[in-house]
Unconditional design. Sequence first.
Lengths: 287, 806
Amino acid sequence: MIPGSFSYHRPASVADAVKLLSDLGDDARPLAGGHSLVPMMKLRLATPAHLVDLHGIATLKGIRRDGSNLVIGAMTTQHELLASDDIAQSMPILHEAALLIADPQVRYRGTIGGNVANGDPGNDMPALMMTAGATYRLEGAGGARDVAAADFYQGAYFTALEPGEILTAVSIPVPAAGHGYAYEKLKRKVGDYATAAAAVVLTMSGGKVATCSIGLTNVHETPLLATDAAKAVIGTSLDAATLKKAAAAAEAIMAPAADARGPVEYRKHVGGIMVTRALQRAAAKAK
Amino acid sequence: MNDLTPTREQRSAALEGMGCKRKRVEDIRFTQGKGNYVDDVKLPGMLHGDFVRSPHPHARVKKIDDSEALKVPGVLAVITAETLKTVNLAWMPTLAGDVQMVLADGKVLFQNQEVAFVVATDRYAADDGINKVIVEYEPLPPLVDPFKSMDADAPVLREDLVGKTTGAHGPRKHHNHIFEWTVGDKELTDAAFKKAEVTIKEMISYHRTHPSPLETCQCVCSFDKIKGELTIYGTFQAPHVIRTVVSLIAKLPEQKIHVIAPDIGGGFGNKVGAYPGYICAAVASIVTGKPVKWVEDRIENLTATSFARDYHMTTEIAATKDGKVTGLRVHVLADHGAFDACADPSKWPAGFFNIVTGSYDFPTAHLAVDGVYTNKAPGGVAYRCSFRVTEAAYCIERAMDILAQKLNMDPAELRLKNFIKPEQFPYHSALGWEYDSGDYHTAMRKMMETTGYAALRKEQAEKRAAFKRGETREIMGLGVSFFTEIVGAGPSKNCDILGIAMFDSCEIRMHPTGAGIARMGTKSQGQGHETTWAQIIATEIGIPADNIMVEEGNTDTAPYGLGTYGSRSTPVAGAAIAMAARKIKAKAQMIAAYKLEVHEDDLEFDIDGFRVKGLPEKFMSMKDICWAAYNSVPPGMEPGLEAVSYYDPPNMTYPFGAYLCVMDIDVDTGVYKVRRFYALDDCGTRINPMIIEGQVHGGLTEAFAIAMGQEIRYDEVGNVVTGSFMDFFMPTAVETPHWETDFTVTPSPHHPIGAKGVGESPNVGGVPAFSNAVNDAFSFLGATHIQMPHDYWRNWKAAKDLGAVA
């Protein structure tokens, strides 16, 4: 539990950080909140020779409006997300999910950028970003580009980030007023990753589901968008048979690992239940 | 007398003696981060050690190459079994009469076993070094399942024992067999079963878990070559025993070994025995001539330092149709891992498991325990437990519920029907113990009345009907547990550790101004001794507790004692304190008689001094007596006021309690909610009710953790898969239920102040309460026994197996 030696860099701008990362190559890793990287270094499962700490870059922090989008700087902490009135009002599912991430100490340090960029299927924010239709801004030596969250995750810890690129911001379209939402997370204890979790954002019209998006956390090597499950509930009043169909459609794309949280069968089963419960709660909240 | 003269109540309250909810004096430093723990010890020139550990559960060690490690800047030495053999320390004795490899000697027998010890100038260099030691292994077939340990074709684990047909506790039946221990009358018990109207039989497992104190095990060893003295700072629950053991195995004169246990961040049985880290740090200090620190990390603590439990108990009860128990038969398969590293009194290979008859009047019983080796970490220690009492209490309390279910009787009623009656005490149990005192019926009835037990059963019946009608997916369980503990090891007639009788001690020295210091052979790891020991003295001699400083843990200054574990401190050292205080008081009475010019017999003790009987104005305070003790003692009397007492208890103490857990379980997810938990404890005389309450809260939280998910788990090829607090369930305040505490008081008749131990009771009684609640919840669906731990997925699986989930 003792990390090996490394050099520490603290650039003051994105340009400097990008230059450092491209100069130092594979031996360098950007450091955000450190909650994933530092434990891996302590176990010597990660042995970067250089850490490029992004805390010195002021432009990476903050929450602002850009037209109909909310733009959140990558180094904005979970605690800052929770403190934002704008997010609480216009994007309440983000507030709800951030409260389910670990504990206050972790949330003071953990960042939205680190959470979504690391590619850990256990993290809560990636599925949420896919559900909300977010895009990520990636900046590297070759300039900046935007990648949809839905296209970002390629495998466990494998993402669309190219070597030397940094995820600098998350842009989320503000959902329609009166939308319903829920993030249902089953976990063994505070600080644990989800046994299974489901995010739902929907709108209702005349007692029936008008639009719906469903995301799944920690039931596959990447976060998932459960598009078939979402399709199954459109135009319905979420009757028992529909809920069953949606849960089954969601379970059909899950491929969780068996671990101490339970065997595969259990994790898929409760994954389906999280979908059902999230749909019901979201519908009840919709106006 | 005027208005300013304190009343008797005020004088008594000013002492903050026994019965007072005195605030913990040690918390002033602990809550401000000013404690002094082993890792705070920094000596000039101190080096750091770290272990190379085995990735294999069972393998031959072909070669250890340290050449690259020695090139790492800062690395000074790599110690292996070959190094240790030069000082005859490659193996060390365990407290259970076995021997244990300090470093892998030809073979490794469990994953994460200590293979080499790298010594470096700092902790980072040491870790760099362990990553450069190249060990060549030849994997051997691992033995993981204890039920296969004694198969004819089971691999030989302990090559050092080949051909040895006798172990420390008698004959060995197989190459992986450690001991067989039997107690009770087999013929009589078999006969009781033969004519029984009703019997039950169930294999009840208590899974492997771990004490996991927040502060891991650690030490700093410093050998002074000039003086030939070894100083060891360590996280020791029993510092004097450590000194004696070091003296015996390292062949150092005992006066040249200084063992210092500073503040300790929790022990729970984990810090009683000796670990390879201690030996390696000591040897490294001797080799390098520098102090050497060894601090294990969380993974090392969970996976290599002694585990607890791992008892597989096949339990049978014989009874009459109307629910009177007539016999108990238990066979235990005990998984000790690679080495039997139990920390029990030496003559007790299965600890006090023969308390398994519990609170019930069994006319006859028979117990057999077989200890076996597997390729797992060695142990098992008594995790907040008086030597296998937790296992015994779980066994009998689960079995009584199974019997109640078979008889279609209420589990509380079945217990009331079979309790040992108040007039039967002192009670001789069928398995050999003499219970000192108890009033079980009163405690049980108080629990039932306070919780509204009958109404809860009614609600449960309604919920079960609603579940069957498909109106709810939630089931409700009531977990009844009534335990009898056996604590205070122990009387020299049957308790010793490596031949040292298990007495304990106290030395009190009063200063002229009415203050004093008390030193003990015990060692607090969070129990609050600095607070409670002073309270006993305050009441006994009438000096305010605030004026008494309590000191423990330094073998040079403290009187010899056997330490703190097994809830023995109050039953044994607490008695020594009272006896030493009474010696002080006796001398004080002589001094007071001289100063007040009366005969000793004309004095009576009155709260904080002595008063002449019938002459209330003639009074001398203890404070004034302390002064007089140093300057105007009676002619012929030595000055000074101090006393020492070594207390050999005449018997154990037998605390008991009645617990109830009310639990709701969602069958679709297996998620449970502890709606209510009520714990009534009877620990005899209560010294500090607030500390008792704290102890009960802590023990219940551990019991909750163990029953509901806390386990050390191995996969089928011997990899330990629960190496961190992510997977080893350590509940936070969020998961921890609300605790309701209550009490009755049945003093111990043989203890000087009537006190019994309490620290472990809530762990002992709590686990069956939680497990019985889960089992009770599922019983109407057809379950008889569901093994622990009852985490979410296993609850769901139970529901699924019973057909309650599609």
